[in-house]
Design a protein around this ligand. Sequence first.
Ligand code: MGD
Ligand code: MGD
Ligand code: SF4
Ligand code: SF4
Ligand code: SF4
Ligand code: MO
Length: 905
Amino acid sequence: MVTITIDGKQISVDENLSILEAAQEADVKIPTLCYLKDVNEVGACKMCVVEVEGSRHLVTSCNTKVKEGMVVNTHSERVVNSRKQVLNMLLANHDVRCFSCSKSGDCRLQDLSNEYGITKSCYPGSAAKFEAKKENPFLTYYPELCINCQRCVSTCNKVSCNGTLHNSKIGTRTLIDAPFGPDWKETDCESCGNCAAVCPTGALVAKNRKKYQVGKVKKVLTTCPHCATGCQYYLVVKDNEIVDVEPANGPSNKGLLCVKGRFGSFHFVHSPERLKYPLIKNHETGEFERATWDEALDLIAAKFTEIKKKYGSDALAGFACSRSPNEDCYMLQKMVRCAFGTNNVDNCARVCHSATVAGLAMTLGSGAMTNPISDITNDVDVIMLVGSNPEEAHPVIGMQIRQAVERGTRLIVVDPRDIGLSRQADIHLKLKPGTNVAFANGMMNVIIHEGLADEEFIRTRTEGFEELKKIVEEYTPERVAEICHIDADHLREAALMYAKAKKAPIIYCLGVTEHSTGTEGVMSMSNMAMLVGKLGRSGCGVNPLRGQNNVQGACDMGALPGDLPGYQKVTNPEVIAKFEKAWGVELNKKPGVHATDVFPAAIRKEIRGLFIFGEDPVVTDADQHHIRKALESLDFLVLSDLFMTETAQYADVILPGTSYAEKEGTFSNTERRVQRVRKAVTLEGEMRLDTDIFIDLMNRMGYPQAQLTSEEIMDEIASLTPSFAGISHRRLDKGESIQWPCPDKKHPGTPILHVGKFSRGLGWFYPAEYVPSAELPDEEYPFIMMTGRILYHYNTRAMTGKTPGLMEKEGHSFIEMNTEDAVRLGIENGEKVKVTSRRGTLITTARVGDKVSPKETWMPFHFPDGNANILTNAALDKYARIPEYKVCAVKVEKLPAEDRLAENF
Ligand SMILES: Nc1nc2c(c(=O)[nH]1)N[C@H]1C(S)=C(S)[C@@H](COP(=O)(O)OP(=O)(O)OC[C@H]3O[C@@H](n4cnc5c(=O)[nH]c(N)nc54)[C@H](O)[C@@H]3O)O[C@H]1N2
Ligand SMILES: Nc1nc2c(c(=O)[nH]1)N[C@H]1C(S)=C(S)[C@@H](COP(=O)(O)OP(=O)(O)OC[C@H]3O[C@@H](n4cnc5c(=O)[nH]c(N)nc54)[C@H](O)[C@@H]3O)O[C@H]1N2
Ligand code: SF4
Ligand code: SF4
Ligand code: SF4
Ligand SMILES: [Mo]
């Protein structure tokens, strides 16, 4: 600590602070323009100058450290004159027609000019005129408003870590070479808008800002509805319409957002395509007809009751929506269990991370991410990223991984493709799809042989090691290199790098889970971490990045066939007794059917009535043809959604639900953090709260369910779920941020799992042998096809597809293939091709390069003009029943000349 005097006030402060930070502690305001803590502390704008006794020159307070005995004057005449001088210089080249600027009223330059009484510069400005860059659909750069403060450049380089913003010299002026011009689509800019968020003027600005004036809008703090990063932001609402998004400083996003959160999370709310009233299918005409809520709900209750009476409760099933709040998912599973009388309830985790839920529960005792995002991206030595593409799928986590790499963290990427992060990786193991188990066994073989296993950890905290060791012995680096198509020495290097690091998290995603051996892939991840004792402590762990905004929550809430809320087992009589007492109903004790098994069961007529809440399986489940057949086989299908989806076409009744912006509730992000979702707008139409729909239906089917608000539902959840016992809307509204388990009202939540002891007691090494994928390439179908997602669209595109700018950037399906294969087949980049698997055929556009290896291809599943799921294989994992989306066999063919150039099939 040092003692200094600021404006006559004596204070003691940390010696590492700058004068500016010390002044902030003393409540003394020093004006700044370019300063951004830890990001831009260059002292470029000179607004923050102060007078320090004994120093001849004024000093910039943002980058001058305090010293014992320092006497600082922040508002002397000399200081004020200097600041006026700075403003005069800045305004000379700044277009001051503020009334036409969208940042007017919210501009630091304008505020400071007013404060210092400078309305017009006393200097002549440069005569040069510069064109705005405005082709990017979300962002514009107006050079005439730029004061060259460098905040945007530093943010793009050090925070988003994208590196696309640079300075350029035009004549005497330094301006920003912003990638928003005519070639914006070809640049590496991700349109995240984090640069615009820090621009102190209207120079670099989001186009949405044009739609409103600050002061005339309301801001509602909520959680992003796309991926499970759980970014916090404000919805900016003008006259009951969401017009913009502003980042909030949430625990997982730290003020950052990605393009979907910032620009793709509200157009869909107001889309004219929203379902507005209930629809019943007229089976004579095949058309949907408008109905009243009473007609629709009575019909559903009658039909479902009839099926139940004729064929038993287990002929009914319901899917929960992982895009919707915990409270909605809880009520959906309660409806299925109490009113339908079955455990046939599931959610899209089945096709996503069910292998994680099953695999980590078996080996560690809890199927959730072990460590917080900030813990595994800050101050860690090595990150091992397996089958996870966070730059596109969890972009704000991707940004934090890029920051870690910039700070010196080493990166191992294990992915069959050149993803963005593989460029920054120390080691990229570009393994053959479907060979994760062999890779992990090879890593462990090296670790054991090099004597790097943590024997103490293995002895005290785990079981099953001897059996694992026996299996792993067979996976020599040379054998694994052959199976995985990688270099044996690279595998050795990766094993040493991971094992020797003090702190090294494994981060993994669907490249591990979406296989017919997905659960064993997941258990291979926990095997590796246990072998080197990297569990139950900071900066380590086994970290699945969950997908949907609330898929963690949908599972936590018991939308699973074998689990009641909080993973309390349906097969445990004590659990059943507790819920029977609380819910006042006799519960079905037979574990239900998994979502992926519901479709074949429908074809066999074992399941006859299905309630789908916010999912679109025709588009997203493997082997579309088989899903369509299953839906046609049902006696009665009900759908609650925001839009008329592909699946909705098969429904008997369609119910209009409400989006995240129209309701209260909570989402649980990937790190088990429960965060609030708040109502921002009320829309015209007959849409109803999804929870009210379920409550009404329960009552109509004879289960008396009281009307409850979202807050009351969370209280019920807490009363029945030990891991949620301390969680309530009230605590969250006070600003607390809680990661479950949170066993009581005083408990702060649990950031790191398995500290000192695994949830299952001892951690279990699962001895996994490598088993090849269910469908391998052969002469007829010579290519492996993988599938996955891209940055700009989200799953079915139901929501992101309503933002025109996102469609402008990426609007059509494509297939990535290797140049070697393309040359052999005479296929050029950008050409239309025909892709066929044993299940179907589609036409799409070839993207040729070396992102994928020869004999391998990759497709997104977002686009209707060539949906990858026409081709995918519905082979299921034996434990989790997850489909093998990541590997099937296809052939790719050149189209006849006349079809080749035809646009947009
Ligand atoms: N922009 C965007 N973000 C999203 C979504 C979206 O649709 N769009 N969806 C959300 C959802 S629901 C989820 S679950 C997550 C998914 O997030 P991710 O799992 O990160 O995304 P994917 O693209 O499905 O696959 C990840 C990677 O697995 C690799 N891979 C394929 N096969 C293998 C293999 O056999 N082994 C290994 N090691 N890697 C393999 C692929 O090359 C790909 O880079 O994203 C969420 N975020
Ligand atoms: N080929 C291939 N296929 C895949 C994958 C892959 O990697 N490859 N990944 C799989 C994965 S990981 C997942 S998670 C699934 C996702 O599959 P889905 O869950 O089917 O996809 P989403 O687009 O998330 O669909 C959500 C639906 O919910 C609606 N909705 C959103 N919010 C609400 C709400 O609050 N209330 C109501 N009533 N409706 C709402 C939306 O309008 C949308 O129609 O796709 C899977 N499909
Ligand atoms: S939008 Fe994001 S990636 Fe593009 S220039 Fe700005 S900060 Fe960089
Ligand atoms: S665009 Fe804005 S943030 Fe970037 S240098 Fe210019 S004024 Fe500063
Ligand atoms: S990273 Fe995920 S949660 Fe964050 S803004 Fe982007 S889509 Fe939303
Ligand atoms: Mo997912």
